[in-house]
Design a protein around this ligand. Structure first.
Ligand SMILES: Cc1cc2nc3c(=O)[nH]c(=O)nc-3n(C[C@H](O)[C@H](O)[C@H](O)COP(=O)(O)OP(=O)(O)OC[C@H]3O[C@@H](n4cnc5c(N)ncnc54)[C@H](O)[C@@H]3O)c2cc1C
Length: 420
């Protein structure tokens, strides 16, 4: 078969959203021989995928577990706690909260953990393959992550998580005192306990990753369209038409919706509403930290991370439930910086930037990686919540497998759109 005929028979696919999920999918589909149009209302990687904590975190923990929701009332009452619900948004969050609590019942929790871990089992090898395919293996660090505990009681409070890691055969090592400082000398001697998670790697610059994915897709022949997608329609011949606000119409064989938290609006227009909410999170990027750290650090009790990145040290986390439109409240990340200085006493806070992003979160804390239940030829990749960076390569592989009809490495039933 000549190249010309191959060109003529190439299936076309529009990928809506150039965050880490959409950019990874665009690259993977173009690599598999489809003709991709990647569409974004802005530049690739400028929304939530820009400022995450850079962790490829394989130790999936169902957010809806009793150990989390038991802590939530205390967190909500603590002005310095990791979760903050704006009173004006509480009523709007109620349906999501009820689903979140329902997802915490023991039988459902086990299903959710199995589903999350089925993605985690592939996440690191898929990520490495993706990085080498875009010629950027150096974007991933070799070091793992240290989970730190300031007291034995904090460690005991995280027992459920440790047991879960044991159950799934996840690699980890419990460290005391000196052994912690041997690995990461910047950590305070007041940290008596840590768990080393050697396979939880970090990405030196998550924004650069998205830029590279989008550029690599383009280098293979994908095109990029700038504009706001308003709706998707099906035409009589089975193709789909992507309608943009500026009047552009893109006719295509397939569509993948990967617009982060904004996928909610598009899904509703397609007649399949999804309970997607924003869990707002913050970071502070410290360009002149005055120290070098090797390991990324997570403090589970305070639910935040300290990550060495290409541009200094990033401190971040927080969950703020306040919807899409409320202005950021940068008092939140400043609390985290103070906690970070307690864990890492040498950390200087000079030359900083602050950022807020919208985790696209579903109440059962696992993503939607699914065909549409309403419109054939349309797929969804959204709702990755706290783990969108981690699951980007695996999601891209699964979506590409579904679109091309290849054998799936993971059972995607738990990630179907119509499970709610
Ligand atoms: C503080 C914080 C820390 C985090 N830390 C980690 C971590 O360490 N590890 C991890 O795995 N995950 C982490 N996450 C989560 C992760 O960042 C997200 O899950 C991930 O970035 C979501 O990617 P996305 O591509 O779905 O969405 P986005 O990055 O938000 O991309 C969506 C894209 O769609 C475009 N778009 C939206 N609507 C339209 C439209 N109508 N038309 C055209 N374009 C549109 C937007 O412009 C945007 O570029 C963190 C998140 C936060 C906030």
């Amino acid at each position: 078969m000549g190249d010309g005929i191959m060109e003529e028979t190439k299936k076309t696919v529009a990928v809506v959203g150039a965050g880490v999920i959409g950019a990874a999918i665009a690259f993977e589909l173009q690599r598999r021989g489809l003709q991709v149009t990647l569409i974004d209302k802005g530049e690739p990687g400028r929304e939530t995928s820009y400022g995450n904590m850079a962790s490829v975190a394989l130790d999936f923990a169902a957010g809806s577990g009793p150990s989390t929701w038991r802590k939530i009332p205390g967190w909500l009452l603590d002005p310095e706690g990791p979760v903050w619900l704006r009173p004006s948004y509480a009523l709007k969050m109620l349906p999501w909260f009820l689903r979140f609590i329902a997802a915490g019942r023991p039988s459902r929790l086990r299903e959710i953990e199995d589903a999350g871990m089925s993605l985690s089992a592939h996440a690191l090898s898929d990520f490495r393959a993706m990085l080498s395919a875009i010629d950027a293996p150096g974007l991933m660090t070799d070091e793992g992550c240290l989970a730190i505990y300031e007291t034995e009681a904090e460690f005991a409070g995280d027992r459920g998580h440790v047991e879960m890691m044991r159950r799934y055969g996840f690699k980890f090592d419990v460290l005391d005192g000196g052994a912690i400082r041997e690995l990461e000398p910047t950590l305070s001697p007041s940290i008596p306990k840590a768990v080393l998670l050697p396979d939880n790697k970090s990405i030196r610059n998550p924004y650069e990753l998205v830029v590279k994915l989008a550029a690599s897709a383009r280098a293979l022949g994908a095109s990029f369209v700038s504009g706001v997608v308003r709706n998707i329609q099906k035409s009589g011949d089975g193709t789909a038409v992507v309608l943009l606000e500026d009047g552009q119409r893109i006719t295509t064989d397939f569509v993948v919706l990967a617009a982060g938290v904004h996928t909610r609006t598009l899904a509703a227009k397609l007649g399949e509403p999804i309970p997607l909410e924003t869990e707002r999170g913050y970071h502070t990027q410290i360009m002149k930290p005055g120290i070098d750290m090797r390991y990324s650090v997570i403090w589970p009790h305070r639910a935040f991370m300290i990550t060495p990145t290409a541009g200094g040290i990033r401190v971040g986390g927080n969950v703020e439930l306040a919807g899409l439109d409320a202005a950021p409240d940068f008092r939140r990340p400043r609390v985290l910086v103070r906690h970070a200085q307690r864990a890492v006493p040498g950390l200087k806070v000079e030359d900083t930037t602050e950022w807020m992003g919208h985790r696209p979160s579903l109440p059962d804390t696992i993503p939607i990686i699914s065909s549409s239940s309403k419109m054939p030829g349309v797929w969804y990749a959204t709702g990755h919540g706290h783990l969108g960076l981690t699951y980007s390569a695996t999601t891209a592989r699964l979506i590409a497998d579904m679109v091309t009809g290849a054998k799936l490495a993971v059972d995607v039933t738990p990630f179907r759109i119509n499970r709610f």
